[in-house]
Ligand binder design. Sequence first.
Ligand SMILES: [Zn+2]
Ligand SMILES: [Zn+2]
Ligand SMILES: [Zn+2]
Length: 366
Amino acid sequence: MSTVVYGPEYWLVTLVYWMLAACFVAPPSEFVHGGLTVQNLLSSYLGSEEMNFIYYHIRRTTATAIIHSFIPLGYYFIIGFAIQDLHLYHLHRASFYWKIYLAASLIIPFCVCLLAYFWSLKKWNNHPIAKNLGYLGNGDSWRAVASSIDVEFRRINKFTSGVPGRRLYVTDSWIIQTAAYHLNVAHQRDMHLTLSGAEEHEISPESFQGVQFLNITVDSINEHVQSFVIRLNSLEYGDLKEKLQAPVRNAREIVIHQSLGDRFLLAFKEQIDKNARFNVAQDVELDSCIGCMLVPANTKLQKLCDQPEEGECKQCYCRPLWCIDCMGKWFASRQDQQKPELWLSGKAPCPMCRATFCVLDVSRIG
Ligand SMILES: [Zn+2]
Ligand SMILES: [Zn+2]
Ligand SMILES: [Zn+2]
């Protein structure tokens, strides 16, 4: 074997091949946006994630494992084509080591295909995702659990974060994280969340601002469910918490960089708590907030500030219709977005009657 065969050309092809392979296996966001991922390549075989979430991911993880298992074999053919002197296409002239490499790169996909076949038996009963769901059903079959997840996944109120290959979904009762070969699923009822770490990056390529990523460990009291870590931008933390039933423990007292909206909402609520409350009779049933429909309306606009009656703030005669979060978001949306420092001293019209109010004119009910 001459050393010329393993010259710069050989190393260049090798480097490029394995770099591309790595990008394909763990795609950076450029690849995801460019569409070169298993999901995109096989979208017609995989079906709709929206309609059949669990079956989609069973097929996706299986297809991903099979496709990735062919990467070593692909290298054999590419390098054999690029460096003809290796004689890889004429097996009797190829070196012993390349023969071993070829054997190994044939055995790997063979085993993976065999495993995939085993998974697919009895309509995927043997797939690891199916096995995992079986532990979550409290006696129900994994298919019952899968359809309950599918139903919740179709609702539009789920929380979504992350890139397609590694995405976090929080539905009304489930927390789900996708990964290349598996799916982490935990029921909201039996999990503990702990803020386990934070990383700060000066500049994110997406936003050109400093960003903070939070790592949250999800532990389940169900012994069959493995713990997993979810990672998200701190600006999404407020939205995530809204979807969670359990609190996130922050034992290490990590300082979370919240979004401007979340920080304003805190200050807004702090001020409202200092304002006089608005009393309604005990027997009055309050409607759901017409902004979010999730909680009863719990605010009333009443002119309390000491501006003169003919000044800008006016009395509002509307019934309580909004919750404090929606009122705060509405108030923030009516302010100059470039000058957040002035938001608390700003004014907004009542969403219904357009009477102007300031933060001093918002009362909690009761
Ligand atoms: Zn609301
Ligand atoms: Zn009004
Ligand atoms: Zn006022």
